[in-house]
Write a new protein. Sequence first.
Lengths: 510, 113
Amino acid sequence: MAKTATRPALVQSVPKSPTGIQGLDEITGGGLPRGRPTLVCGGPGCGKTILSMEFLINGARQFDEPGVFLSFEESVEDLTANFASLGLDPRPLSARKKLSLDYVRVEPNEIQETGGYDLDALFIRLEHAIDSVHAKRVVLDTIETLFSGLSDTRVLRAELRRLFNWLKTKGVTAIVTGERGETGMTRHGLEEYITDCVIMLDHRVVEQNATRRLRVVKYRGSTHGANESPFFIDESGISVLPIASLGLQHSIAPGRLSTGVPDLDAMVGGKGYFRGSSILISGTAGSGKTSLAGYFAEAACRRRESALYFAFEESAAQIARNLRSIDLDLEPFLRKGLLQIHAARPTTSGLEGHLSAMHRLIEEKKPRVVVVDPISNLISVGTSVEVRAMLARLIDFMKVRQVTALFTSLTIDEGHPEGTDIGISSFMDTWLVLRNIDRNGERIRTLDVLKSRGMPHSNQVREFLLTSQGLKLLDVVRDQGRVLIGSERAAHATDGPVGPRRSGKRAPRP
Amino acid sequence: MKAKSRRTGKPRKTKANLDFFDLRLYIAGQTARSLAALANLQRICDEHLEGRYRLEVIDLLERPQLARGDQIFALPTLVRKLPVPIRKLVGDLSDTERALVGLDLRPRASSRS
């Protein structure tokens, strides 16, 4: 998985109007070209109208840029009702004169053409609306509807060209939507007139999952991400998940975080994980992944740092109950809200849905540590290339925010714990492998640090126990050059002398 | 020019009077096209609607907010408010045939284009 480290978006090329839409501003390097029209095109139901409306509502709410929405398709009542259900209720903004909605109804059956005409009335309506709210942003959705009511396409084209030029002279940042055409990007070739920025939306079904994609086809005078990016529409509007990596320029947070298990801290350089790093704990079923994740989250809460726990296997109550059995009580932190567990079945929504929800929650709750338990379940709902890309993105996203993230991963093949982790290990700074070894008629839990970047770490495979008093790492016992584990160790402890400790990594036994 | 402005409220004319034409011509300023539309309309009214019409001329430059009510987007537009159904004649009315068809003063051709 290659990460592209260059992202020259910091070079401000043309002035931009931020959309406030998660991810889109990133792909476009700051938003849509200010004072110019942008074409947003795509098939029916691809999300053009929502994107446009969110652009206006965010503009009015966040950037003090009032807007005008000129709809050619839906009445103001319908628009209002639809958007209220998406958490983008335009009414409060309309009432405060931050937003003006107008519906231009084109009814072909009523219209008879009787000679020369122009679209001055549309200009006048638009200008009136712009002036009434001092609009900086305008949406025309979908202006091509005019072609259904007026037959003189030559006049219409000339008038549309005039309209888009006029919008520029008004200095408004505009979105003009267009329905996807058979041959061109739009049915009536709007892309010929709107050349500053073109964004294409797509809604298709891949492996029974409806997925939405967004692509910036062109952006004059600016670099932009050229890839298709998945996007998602939920109750808080649109979020785009750029597949391109955020890059590797994130700064390094100082400090170390306890793993929650003192003995384990000793194994990873004596102080625990690096802050802002990514940790992978892989292991077979029942090897103790969730327990270690629980310790990590609990330790964060003890430091009064908020923790966000994404559970894709168990419910919040189940996790809390099960961890209580190893003397780990999360209840007080859950009550205080310091720890929040979000449990969801991976299949309930597509991968985009999950990743977008995770992005949003991390953005909203601003946790210092995040647990994803297990990441392998999430992988089961997506196709591999996508998963890797989006995962890379999620990890980068957290690194940028200096959130320490712990992922658990279920290994199917006991023999090769490395093989099943779909290449995500390269994103991980620390990788712990848990094993549940069946030997001489007993199951022995072991833990080892496969890698831990930037710190000296133990190379020993350590045996551990999950007891009602908590997780216990057992000291390494050697006998004649052999590490003893399981009942051999017990026998050794009662029969013979305790072997020499070479590691010196003794930690106080609880 | 018979530019009468409507008083408040609904048109007083009822359905009983199907022959009565209530017309509104939307223009923007005294452009050549506006004047042509007005002259063409005046001629049609004189020839076909003598004594049974009312015409209101609305200049959107003066009253832009009125464009919304009658859903005007092109200019000039003649709106036939009565008799129902509402008809919109887009253009300067230089094509008299089409104008008459649009006003239902001539039978409609089979296809509109």
